[in-house]
Design a protein around this ligand. Structure first.
Ligand SMILES: [Zn+2]
Length: 256
C-alpha cells in the first residue's frame, strides 16, 4: 500500500471497523455483512446441516439441550435471533456449534465430556458467544480484506457499497455452508470463552464449571487425533488459566 493510499483509505476502514462493537468486550471489528443477512445465511446453513444429520431420539438429553439453550437465550439480549437448539445423534462426534442468528447444534458425542447441565452450559455458552460476537462474519470480512487488500476494499466500499456488500455476502454464504467448522482464531476463541462465561453466569450457572469441563476435554485429547471439538478448540493449560482468571468478572453477572 502506498503512503498516499494508506492516508486516504485507512481512516475510512477504521471508521468502517468502528461501526461494529463486540458485546461485553467492547472490541471494535470489521463486519461487512448486516445482522439480518447473517441470520438468513445461518438459517439456511442450519437447514442444510440438519438435513444431513440424525436428530437424537433421547427425549431427556434433547430436553436438557433445549433447557440450557433457552436459559442462555433468555439473557443473551438478541431479540433478532431465531433461536433453535437440537441434539444430533452422533456418539462419535465430540462437537457443538452455533450459527449466526442463534442456530445451535450439539452432537451426542460431547455429552460424556460435558457430563451435566453445568458442563453443557459451558459448551453452549461458548458457542453462542461466537455468534453474539459475530466471529463468523468477522472472519469472512477479514478474508475479503486479505483477498482484495485494504485499499481496494476501501475504494470499493466508497464507490459501490452495495456491490461490495454483496461480494461480502457471497464470501460469507460460501463459508457458512461449507465452513461451519472452520477454526476461529485464538483471539476469537479467547473472546468466546470470556463472553461465554458471562452468559452462563447471567443464566444462573456457576462459571467455574468451565475449568472442570476444559480439564476433562484436555484428558479426552489423550490418544489419537483427538475429538473434532479439540481440533478447533485446543484445551491447553493456557486456555484453562485464562478461563480461571476470567471467573471473577463472570461471577459479577450471577443473578443476585
Ligand atoms: Zn470456539
Amino acid at each position: 500500500m502506498t503512503p498516499l493510499v494508506r492516508r486516504l483509505f485507512l481512516p475510512f476502514l477504521a471508521a468502517l471497523a468502528a461501526c461494529q462493537t463486540v458485546p461485553y468486550t467492547k472490541r471494535s471489528h470489521l463486519v461487512l455483512v448486516s445482522e439480518g443477512e447473517e441470520t438468513a445465511l445461518g438459517e439456511s446453513a442450519y437447514g442444510d446441516a440438519l438435513a444431513k444429520a440424525t436428530l437424537s431420539n433421547d427425549a431427556e438429553a434433547t430436553a436438557l439441550v433445549r433447557r440450557v439453550g433457552q436459559r442462555i437465550a433468555a439473557v443473551a439480549d438478541k431479540p433478532g435471533f431465531k433461536w433453535e437448539f437440537n441434539l444430533i445423534d452422533d456418539p462419535k462426534t465430540v462437537n457443538a456449534w452455533c450459527l449466526p442468528g442463534g442456530k445451535v447444534a450439539v452432537y451426542s458425542g460431547i455429552l460424556p465430556i460435558t457430563q451435566d447441565e453445568n458442563g453443557l452450559a459451558v459448551v453452549m455458552g461458548h458457542e453462542i458467544a461466537h455468534a453474539l460476537a459475530r466471529h463468523g462474519s468477522e472472519r469472512m470480512s477479514q478474508g475479503l480484506l486479505a483477498q482484495l487488500g485494504g485499499a481496494a476494499l476501501g475504494a470499493a466500499m466508497a464507490s459501490k457499497p452495495e456491490a461490495t456488500q454483496q461480494l461480502a455476502q457471497q464470501a460469507y454464504g460460501a463459508g457458512a455452508t461449507v465452513g461451519v467448522l472452520l477454526p476461529f482464531s485464538r483471539a476469537q476463541e479467547s473472546e468466546a470463552d470470556r463472553i461465554g462465561l458471562i452468559l452462563i453466569a447471567k443464566a444462573g450457572y456457576e462459571p467455574g464449571a468451565a475449568v472442570d469441563f476444559w480439564g476433562r476435554m484436555s484428558k479426552a485429547a489423550g490418544g489419537g487425533g483427538g475429538p473434532e471439538f479439540l481440533r478447533t478448540h485446543p484445551a491447553d493449560d493456557k486456555r484453562i488459566a485464562d478461563i480461571q482468571s476470567r471467573l471473577p468478572e463472570a461471577r459479577g453477572y450471577l443473578p443476585k
